[in-house]
Design a protein around this ligand. Sequence first.
Ligand code: UDP
Ligand code: MN
Length: 299
Amino acid sequence: MVRTIILMGYKFSSSKCLIICLGFTFLMGCFIATLPIPPPEPQNLRLSSRTLDKKKLAIIVPFRDRFEELLEFVPHMYKFLGKQHIPFHIFVIQQKDVNRFNRASLINVGFLYTKEKYEYIAMHDVDLLPINDNLKYSYPALGPLHISSPQTHPKYHYDTFIGGILLIKKEHFEMVKGMSNNYWGWGLEDDEFYVRLKDAGLKVIRPQNITTGTENTFKHIHDKSYRKRDMRKCYNQREVTRHRDRITGLHDVSYTIHSTHSVAIDDLPITVVNVELLCNKTATPWCQCPDPPKVKKNS
Ligand code: UDP
Ligand code: MN
């Protein structure tokens, strides 16, 4: 016996009806597949009632070849900032080119990448882990907040030091035109940034009431023989980078983003941005130092 089904006033056999339903489902599937996929919100911004109205923090990690440190950094920061109910996301800005490492330009790129959705950034070394819970990563409304103060940083103790971990709100970072792009290789880009802040009349704020010291406020995962600092100076690098840079900054950082990846470390989401920094070799030839001549061994 053939069953008949009445659909929208028409009579169909049950087998015809099945074919029509399958066809309809297929067409709907095709239609849904063509709809644009919205860019994902960083997943850890699961906004609870305690974080809902707080300003959002982009943790910008300038990065190259520090994978072991990253594996420790990400879970640590989730645990540490989770206790403070700060809505944050970690952006690993990975330098993918043949030039020397340029921490400041990577921070500029990270800022431009995140500025639409985040109200403040932390420029954050991947190897410096805060361990004192009184270090609060709250919104630096009044001025840049230097978390790794010279009184507590394991290695750097001069007054004007602002490296390691610095929180700054979007408006202040833009006000000083971001960081200089001239600093290829290790060092001085943070000191130059200090002068930018000072010239703009911004006072650097440091955490108050911290009773721990240089040994027990941070863990610095950095063995200097394993992770050598690139201290080479070539061409006129030494001379140029001693001075305040009034030319370069956020507006002229030259780069291409090759890819972005949402990845997870121990199930904790982060975003990796692969960046090629472009070097103007006329302006900053020291983005690549020539190899020293090889000394021939006498046989
Ligand atoms: N960094 C990196 N790869 C490098 C050099 C530096 O990822 O080859 C990043 C990393 O986030 C590191 C930060 O830049 O924590 C500061 O560099 P480094 O630790 O060498 O400086 P320190 O403050 O220890 O003198
Ligand atoms: Mn270090």
